[in-house]
Design a protein. Structure first.
Length: 367
């Protein structure tokens, strides 16, 4: 009894502590609840927030899909052979500068009456391409701001080339010599993998070239002289298969003309010039694998364009076919009958060129 009385104060103290603890706990919980109640959102606000979040997600998905579709459409719409990557464009132009690749330039808009001009790429800066032009007496300051089109090729395999074209604008001209000018042009935004298509051109396989002869013009003489090959005298230049010191090389052939590379020592020895519009007589022997026979072509040619390398004096000359001839049947001596070459070229030679081009395409995939 006495012991129970002694423990009573302790019991009362414990009960008071529990009551106080419950009061504190309840007060803390109430405070937390009040805080949550203060920051809680109404149902309307919550729905609005969820709607905004959903709209953002939908918008992001839509934008992503739009960009994917747009990229695919852009890729699909880029024509075959276009090179748009700036680094790749610069890399190809840099290689053209390194190789001093001859570039054929013509003003835009182009037409058949305008002649091409030949240049060599000299330097590539961060903003421009510098082209060197020899025989620059015709260069005018009025060329600045004029649009131009250029064609060139680069060797990628032995005796095989890739052809490129681009359009740009002349932004500067500087003459370094009475006969030499530097043209500064804008770096093109794109390159196109193709060659100039007035006529399909092909570099003939060496084994198919059986010979070539080039004579001075005979068309100004009487008809008898023009028709009789023997009256022409010896040719200025000949190309003989297998001969190591041939004075010239065939660069390409088309149904409308031929492009020749002529070495300076031969030009100097013959004292011949390739001035624009000058005429020559041409004999061309080609092998036709379809018939396993030699085909001989006779042409009157007109110098359409000419490029002279300033250092070596070697010449690249483009000859346009203006008339073609065939041997008269039943004649003991070599006599020819001439007729004009139509605008679409000499049909038989154009067919030969097309077949060689298709063979090259099947073998390499070139266009």
């Amino acid at each position: 009894m006495i012991q129970d009385l002694l423990s009573l104060p302790r019991f009362v103290s414990d009960q008071l502590f529990l009551v106080q603890e419950r009061t504190v706990d309840r007060s803390f919980v109430d405070t937390i609840n009040e805080s949550f109640d203060a920051i809680s959102l109404s149902d309307t606000t919550l729905r609005l927030l969820l709607l905004v979040l959903f709209s953002l997600v939908v918008a992001l998905v839509f934008v992503s899909l739009f960009n994917i579709i747009r990229r695919k459409l852009l890729v699909r719409d880029i024509p075959t052979g276009w090179i748009l990557n700036r680094k790749e464009v610069r890399s190809i132009l840099d290689r053209a500068v390194e190789k001093r690749a001859t570039m054929e330039m013509r003003f835009l808009p182009s037409d058949r009456a305008r002649r091409s001009t030949y240049l060599a790429p000299l330097d590539l800066t961060p903003e421009s391409l510098i082209l060197e032009m020899t025989s620059a007496g015709s260069v005018r300051k009025t060329w600045i701001d004029r649009p131009i089109e250029c064609f060139f090729r680069l060797k990628y395999k032995r005796d095989q080339y890739l052809h490129y074209a681009f359009s740009t604008t002349i932004v500067g001209i500087r003459k370094t010599d009475p006969e030499i000018a530097h043209l500064t042009v804008e770096i093109p935004r794109k390159l196109e993998r193709h060659q100039k298509r007035a006529h399909l051109r092909v570099e003939p396989p060496q084994q198919f070239v059986l010979g070539l002869g080039l004579w001075p013009d005979q068309t100004g003489k009487d008809q008898e002289t023009q028709d009789r090959v023997k009256s022409w005298g010896p040719p200025l230049f000949t190309l003989v298969p297998g001969k190591s010191d041939n004075p010239l090389v065939i660069q390409n052939i088309s149904g409308g003309g031929i492009r020749l590379f002529v070495k300076y020592p031969a030009i100097k020895a013959k004292k011949v010039s390739f001035s624009i519009a000058k005429r020559f007589m041409l004999m061309l022997d080609l092998y036709d694998p379809e018939t396993a026979k030699k085909k001989r072509y006779w042409f009157v040619c007109r110098v359409q364009n000419m490029y002279e390398d300033f250092e070596t004096k070697n010449v690249e000359v483009g000859l346009q076919f203006t008339a073609s001839a065939r041997k008269l049947a039943g004649q003991k001596e070599h006599r020819l009958r001439w007729r004009p070459v139509e605008e679409n070229g000499m049909e038989a030679l154009a067919a030969w060129v097309m077949k060689r081009h298709l063979e090259l395409y099947r073998r390499t995939g070139l266009t």
